[in-house]
Design a protein around this ligand. Structure first.
Ligand SMILES: [Zn+2]
Ligand SMILES: [Zn+2]
Ligand SMILES: [Zn+2]
Length: 342
């Protein structure tokens, strides 16, 4: 668990991916005693496109089987406890958020201080770095910490911040320094970082290209309860309680997506092909069957012909035999008669 080695590992892993695979993926780093295990989770639909749909490597039927097998195995592996019982859909709660932003945000024209602002939240930690959007405009990052969501008990009080993207963050040694020291305190066992479309998925600005970096922390139930004990603000504790259950299981979500987008249409095509092959085979059997019938009729005709020949030959032979027997009989009777006379 050497921070510079962790940064180096991240750098190498991220550079393995082709641009296509970089469209959406996440990096998961799990910690155990003295080791960190890096895992890149690909977008299953992209994985199917890049690796399985590649005709040179796989035939279509084989590819579909690989994908179907993956889905079945993954679903069997996820225990029911890992399936979230209740999921907050952040897009749905948009109208009634856990905090309400000052209407002047992010232009900053509000005259009030954060304490005096009449609405709930008037963020004072805002990232003002210039970033370029996907359609090539220059804009401010405007990443902010909603005051209501800052957990003072867990913050280091450092109000200075720099702009990092998820990509630059994991290649930065001080990030790992900081993360490892936080891990000592909070005891999370794993982190996950989203990239590409999965990174900007929850962002308000669909044109965002370089989101301000953020990571997801995963806790065991035990460690999570210990973290909650440090929280004194009941309002913040309520928000922590919402996270008592694991969130959306990404593996299952990816399986559903792979099944919906790729596998079902592919399997449909496969079934259509199989049906048309089947009807061709049935037609062939049908042709063979009628050929068999013709042969059968010819065979019956020949057998009948043979039978007729056989019977007439037999009849003829029989008549000749009877004649010869009669002749012999007459000769015998004559011989016996002449013997008696003697
Ligand atoms: Zn304000
Ligand atoms: Zn930023
Ligand atoms: Zn995220």
């Amino acid at each position: 668990l050497d921070p510079s080695k962790l940064a180096e590992a991240s750098n190498r892993l991220l550079s393995c991916l082709t641009p296509k695979l970089k469209q959406s993926y996440h990096l998961v780093v799990s910690f155990s005693e003295e080791k960190a295990r890096f895992q890149i989770c690909l977008d299953t639909s992209l994985w199917f496109n890049v690796y399985l749909q590649n005709q040179k490597m796989y035939d279509f039927t084989k590819a579909i089987n690989v994908a179907r097998q993956y889905i079945t195995n993954t679903r069997l592996k996820v225990s029911p406890e890992d399936e979230a019982p209740f999921i907050v859909d952040y897009k749905e709660t948009e109208k009634d958020k856990a905090f309400v932003l000052c209407p002047y945000f992010p232009t900053g024209k509000c005259k009030n201080s954060k304490e005096m602002c009449y609405l709930d939240d008037h963020p004072d930690i805002i990232c003002k770095v210039d970033v370029v959007t996907r359609d090539g405009r220059q804009t401010k990052c405007n990443f902010y910490f909603a005051i209501k969501l800052i957990v003072n008990e867990l913050s280091n009080g450092d109000r200075k911040h720099k702009h990092y993207t998820n990509k630059t963050l994991v290649q930065h040694k001080p990030f790992w320094d900081d993360l490892l020291s936080k891990r000592q305190k909070l005891d999370f066992y794993s982190i996950a970082i989203n990239y590409g479309l999965w990174e900007t998925g929850q962002s308000q600005n669909k044109y965002a290209q370089e989101c301000h970096a953020h990571i997801h922390l995963y806790f065991t139930a035990n460690a999570w309860n210990k973290v909650k004990k440090r929280i004194s603000d009941p309002d913040v504790l309520l928000k922590f309680n919402v996270r008592d259950f694991s969130g959306l299981n990404y593996l299952l979500q990816d399986c559903a997506e792979l099944e919906d987008k790729k596998l079902r249409p592919a399997e449909h095509l496969l079934v259509l092909n199989a049906v048309s092959n089947l009807s061709l085979a049935v037609e062939k059997i049908d042709r063979n069957l009628s050929m068999l019938k013709d042969n059968n009729a010819a065979l019956v005709k020949r057998i009948e012909g043979n039978q007729r020949n056989l019977i007439s030959t037999l009849n003829n032979n029989n008549a000749a035999l009877v004649e010869r027997l009669d002749n012999n009989n007459t000769a015998l009777i004559k011989a016996i008669g002449s013997l008696k006379q003697k």
